[in-house]
Design a protein around this ligand. Structure first.
Ligand SMILES: [Zn+2]
Length: 95
């Protein structure tokens, strides 16, 4: 559901509203009844979307998680040639 941001032109209060695409846009301030202006929410959308944006600035926890992934990958690399060698030896025996 897209988030729409409105700003009241009268009292300058900002609203964030979860709306369906089909819902009509808000035009009236809930607080003072003033006229609402719809804001472009691209900047806040990036922050709220999260995930991919955070990778540019990894936190300590995220770094730890990344290190764990690297360790797992390294283990996998060690395992692969061993298995291949075993398979080769078996093939040799069969011949
Ligand atoms: Zn207002």
């Amino acid at each position: 559901m897209p988030i729409y941001e409105y700003k009241c032109t009268k009292c300058n209060k900002q609203f964030e509203v979860n709306q369906k695409m089909a819902d009509p846009l808000l035009t009236e301030c809930r607080v003072c009844g003033g006229k609402l202006k719809k804001l472009i929410t691209s900047s806040s959308f990036v922050l709220k979307g999260g995930g991919w944006y955070v990778t540019d600035y990894p936190s300590a926890d995220r770094k730890k998680a990344m290190d764990k992934k690297k360790e797992k990958k390294a283990e996998g690399k060690d395992e692969t040639p061993t298995k291949k060698d075993a398979a080769k030896k078996e093939a040799v025996k069969k011949e």
